[in-house]
Design a protein around this ligand. Sequence first.
Ligand code: SAM
Length: 234
Amino acid sequence: MTDSNQQSPDAPDANALRQREIRSFVLRQGRLTSGQASAMSNLMPKYGFYLEQDWTSEFKRDVVLEIGIGNGDALIACAADDPARDYLGAEVHAPGVGRALLGIKANSLSNVRVFHGDAVVLLRKQVPNQSLAQINIWFPDPWHKARHNKRRLIQAEFVELLADKLKPNGVLHLATDWEPYADHMREVLEANNHFLALEGSAMDEIRNRRPNTHFERRGVKLGHGVWDLLYRKR
Ligand SMILES: C[S@@+](CC[C@H](N)C(=O)[O-])C[C@H]1O[C@@H](n2cnc3c(N)ncnc32)[C@H](O)[C@@H]1O
């Protein structure tokens, strides 16, 4: 069974996307396992978050948003480790969403939800301003080729949107295994006067709570370094 048979209402629609702006992902026809397919049908109603849902009635505690959860392992680990906060993971690819849903159930977690769709749309349409305690964007697609750099998620306009959505003192945690992207992230964040770079023990404390991710392990195997960049919203 493929993605197209398991569309959540907010899953990106190929026709609509063609007419939209440059996007940070390419929709691949990922194959769902039968377990993931059944999770998309049976667990999404319980653990999913949809665009038409009311944010304030769904989330009453501090919320951490992870953008681009991949296989969802880091999201599950963070939520299990931090029961006092609510976690929301956004991902466009159905197999990752299905896997995350299975992980939520297997770990009996009640503080994590998954949005199947474009995080840019979620942020613009549904996340109230000044509502997020933390945003994690770990190993976003680096779009290595110069002509594709414009597809990188971290861009001035997007970072401005993140600043709108974070609470004062909210944290933005970025990580990448691609040094030119780390340099680009730093430049974009330094140019935005809503953010202050965290350093020393303030940085280490948050950095050390980040679980290793699937893409991080892949990068490290290829001999890549890892750059964590942390900022606090002023
Ligand atoms: C390189 S992977 C990293 C996944 C995971 N964070 C990890 O480290 O293993 C980047 C992920 O971001 C997702 N992604 C890219 N742009 C996105 C967007 N605008 N909204 C939601 N997910 C997005 C991709 O589908 C992909 O799964």
